[in-house]
Design a protein around this ligand. Structure first.
Ligand code: GAL
Length: 427
C-alpha cells in the first residue's frame, strides 16, 4: 500500500485525518478518466440509446469520459442545425455524428482534425470498405471514423400479422400490395409511417430502387434530369401514393420509432425503414423470424442503398487529440464493431468482422451488403445523405413531402417538379 502513495503522503500534512487520506486513495482510480470527449449525435430512441450505451461503456473502460450532446430528430437534420451553431460560435464539439455529404461539407471548411497517423498504425485503409473511405477521407486525409453501415431498403413485418395475412413473404410489388390489403382486412393499419420528410424519402428511394438499379443510379446518384422526369419516375410516385393509402390517419409528423412501435405491438403490419428499426424490435425482446420478419423491399433484392454513421473529429486543440485518438481507435476495434452493430441493427464498417454474433437479419444484412458491393449494386442513400449534397437532398425531400401530403398532385407533375427542383438546387 505504501509505495504508490508516497507522493501524496509527502504532500499531505499530518493534520489530515486517516479518513481523508483514505478518501484520497478512493479517488485515485478516477485519475484514469482524465480524457473526455463531448459527442454530438441524434441517437435518442430506445434502440439507438442502447447502442450508444455500448460505445459509452467501451470508452469509459478505456479511461475516456463521455459528455453527451444529444439532439433529438431522426436522420439528424436538427442535429446539423445545432452543429452549425456550435461551429459558427467557435465552440465545436470534440466529435459529431455525420453522414456522407454533410461530412464532406465540414471537410471542405477545414475544421476537422487529421487522423492519418492512427489510420496508418491501425491499418484502416485495408479493412474499411472503399465506399466509406470515400467519405471518411478528404484529399487523402482521414478525418472521420465510420462506426457502422446501415442499409435503408428494408421492410419490417410483424410475424403474427403476417401469419394472419396468409404467411407469405412478398417478393414483388403486387405481392407487397396484396399483403397490405390482407392486413387491412384483418383490421390493422397496413403500413406504419411517420410523416416526416426523411421518412417519406426513405420509402420513396426504395421504390425508385425497385424500378431498377440503373434507374436508381441515374435518378438519385447522377441526378440525370431525363431520369428524374421520366415514365419510371411517374410510376414511382404512383406507387408512393398507393402506400400512402395504407397509412393511418395520424401519420403526420410521427417519429420513426413510434411507427416501429406500431409494428412491434401488432397495431400495424409493416414499416419500410433502415435497419436502425431492428434496434427497436430487439429492445422489445422480439426475435427475428419468430416475432418479426425482415425482408428487402420487394423488387430490390440483390441491391442496397446504404448510409454509414461516421464520427468526425473537430479541430479542438492539441490537448484533446489524445482523447480523439482513443475514441477513433475504440470505434474501429473489431470486437467493438461487432458488439455495437449487433445492438444498433447495422453491420460492421470493417470487412474483417465475423457475423457469428449477429442475428438472422444482421447476417442477411452483412451478406446482402457484400454481394451488392461485389456486383456494383451498392448505392448511397438519398434520404440519408450518401447520394447528394444537402441542397439536392432538400429539393428531393420537398417534392416528395408535398406529393405525400397531397391527395391530388399528379404523379407526372411531381416528376417534372422533381427534375426542376434538383436542377435549381444544383445551380
Ligand atoms: C440515420 C442514421 C441512423 C439512425 C437513423 C434514425 O440517418 O444513420 O443511425 O439512427 O438516422 O435516426
Amino acid at each position: 500500500m505504501k509505495a504508490p502513495f508516497k507522493f501524496k503522503t509527502r504532500m499531505l500534512t499530518t493534520v489530515l485525518s486517516s479518513a481523508l487520506v483514505s478518501s484520497a486513495l478512493l479517488l485515485a482510480p478516477a485519475a484514469k478518466a482524465a480524457e473526455s470527449v463531448e459527442v454530438l449525435h441524434w441517437w435518442t430512441s430506445g434502440g439507438e440509446g442502447a447502442a450508444l450505451g455500448v460505445l459509452k461503456k467501451d470508452l469509459e473502460a478505456k479511461g475516456v469520459t463521455w459528455k453527451d450532446m444529444p439532439v433529438a430528430g431522426g436522420a439528424g437534420d436538427a442535429a446539423m442545425t445545432v452543429l452549425r451553431g456550435r461551429v459558427t460560435a467557435g465552440n465545436p464539439p470534440t466529435s459529431a455524428q455525420l453522414l456522407g455529404f454533410d461530412l464532406r461539407d465540414w471537410q471542405k471548411q477545414g475544421v476537422l482534425a487529421n487522423l492519418n497517423d492512427i489510420a496508418a498504425k491501425e491499418g484502416w485503409d485495408k479493412v474499411i470498405p472503399k465506399a466509406l473511405q470515400e467519405f471518411s477521407k478528404y484529399e487523402g486525409n482521414w478525418t472521420a471514423v465510420p462506426v457502422n453501415v446501415h442499409t435503408t431498403n428494408w421492410v419490417w413485418i410483424n410475424k403474427a400479422a403476417l401469419d394472419k395475412a396468409g404467411g407469405k413473404v412478398p417478393t414483388d410489388w403486387n405481392g407487397f400490395v396484396a399483403m397490405l390489403e390482407a392486413f387491412k382486412k384483418n383490421g390493422i393499419t397496413p403500413f406504419a409511417q411517420g410523416g416526416q420528410n426523411w421518412q417519406e424519402a426513405t420509402v420513396f428511394e426504395a421504390i425508385v430502387l425497385s424500378l431498377g438499379t440503373d434507374f436508381y443510379k441515374s435518378a438519385m446518384i447522377d441526378q440525370d434530369p431525363k431520369a428524374l422526369n421520366s415514365a419510371k419516375m411517374v410510376t414511382a410516385f404512383d406507387r408512393l401514393r398507393v402506400l400512402r393509402g395504407y397509412t393511418d390517419a395520424n401519420f403526420s409528423n410521427r417519429d420513426w420509432n413510434l411507427a416501429t412501435a406500431m409494428v412491434i405491438k401488432g397495431e400495424a403490419g409493416a414499416q419500410m425503414m433502415g435497419d436502425w428499426a431492428k434496434g427497436e424490435f430487439l429492445r422489445a425482446n422480439m426475435v427475428p423470424g419468430k416475432d418479426f420478419v425482415c425482408i428487402r423491399f420487394p423488387g430490390t433484392q440483390g441491391a442496397v442503398t446504404f448510409n454509414a454513421d461516421q464520427f468526425a473529429m473537430f479541430k479542438v486543440g492539441d490537448s484533446m487529440r489524445n482523447a480523439q485518438n482513443l475514441m477513433a481507435i475504440a470505434v474501429e476495434d473489431p470486437k467493438f464493431q461487432s458488439a455495437f452493430n449487433v445492438v444498433k441493427g447495422s453491420v460492421p464498417a470493417r470487412t474483417d468482422v465475423s457475423d457469428k454474433d449477429f442475428d438472422d437479419c444482421g447476417k442477411k444484412g452483412m451478406k446482402d451488403l457484400a454481394e451488392a458491393s461485389k456486383k456494383g449494386k451498392m448505392f448511397g442513400s438519398m434520404a440519408h445523405g450518401y447520394a447528394a449534397p444537402a441542397a439536392v437532398k432538400g429539393a428531393v425531400f420537398d417534392v416528395v413531402d408535398r406529393f405525400f401530403n397531397s391527395k391530388d398532385m399528379k404523379s407526372s407533375d411531381a416528376a417534372a417538379e422533381l427534375a426542376k427542383a434538383v436542377a435549381a438546387a444544383k445551380s
